[in-house]
Design a protein around this ligand. Sequence first.
Ligand SMILES: *Cc1c(COP(=O)(O)O)cnc(C)c1O
Length: 371
Amino acid sequence: MVDLVSQYKKIKTEIDTAIQDVVVSSAYINGPDVKHFAKELEEYLDVKHVIPCANGTDALQIAMMALNFKPGDEIITASFTCVATAEVMALLQLKPVLVDVDPDTFAIDCDAIERAITPRTVAIVPVHLFGQCSNMQRVMEIANERNLYVIEDTAQAIGAEYTLSNGTTMKAGTIGTIGTTSFFPSKNLGCMGDGGAIFTQNDELAQRIRIIANHGQSVQYHHDDIGVNSRLDTMQAAILRIKLRHLDEYCEARQRAAAFYDQAFGKNPKLKIPTRQEHSTHVFHQYTLVLRGVSRTALREHLESKGVPSMIYYPIPLHMQKAYTDPRYKHGDFPVTEDLCAHVISLPMHTELTNEDLAHITSSVLEFVNR
Ligand SMILES: *Cc1c(COP(=O)(O)O)cnc(C)c1O
């Protein structure tokens, strides 16, 4: 699905030197690279504060802790997402309120958000799934009208851009109250281990986030809040500084691969290619087709026999997961999500796909689909 080795080989000298420098400095925790990386990412995103942390799940949890949510507070999020989004809510005893997604863009359905709002609602968490922004214009309008916080889960969409109706173009994760991201190796900006970050334009909130991520202490050994221990390793920061310089070119490589897939599959009635969200760019964390009248299991077996990997993101909707069973929800409550979970397939998507690879993948898919 990804080829991190070929990507590494192209920047091997820079990466090896950066790692070596960290090893020799022995500043493994909170070394200078962590600050430098945060500053560089702030510039790239045009956001006032980037606070690095240990992973994208922690980023979500810290964001929710910093906003002082109380047990029982309701947070609206999409039913078609990675478990992390709801997991942190459960850990903080918040109440995830799931809503369905748009069948075309897979983004949180804004009409459904409006219907789900109650007096206990405190926030909306749009997930910028597969690499494009949710309908942030509508999400922000709804949130502003009802005084709700917005936490953008940008783990899959770092670098994507959204243009608001006033003409301002902003990077994913910098529009809401807080943005969160992950530097898991296979994400669009991936390190060589775990990593994550939190973004905000708000000075006070940034200060709270820093304190919470650091054991709740503003001054060493003075703990004013209950916090967590969540840091980005210096070595990961050093690696990310190098990869950040390549992020735009990585996005373009993904977009080129997506255009190749679109060209090959666009006219096939059995394959629905990714629908682009209006006013957003797409950085293609995943290239995900919806199959119509094709057996997904059989297609995957055929692809495997041709040496083509494929994945299902996500096979089971959140409300059908054992740990998240809830009397409020039953099978059939989120028909779009349930349909997508049964019919989506993601093809290899990364920065190193050659035209030869893409030709092999597309012909292998079409060979089966057109049988
Ligand atoms: C990967 C991912 C996360 C979690 O990131 P980790 O760094 O693995 O903790 C959260 N949300 C979404 C949408 C993701 O894709």
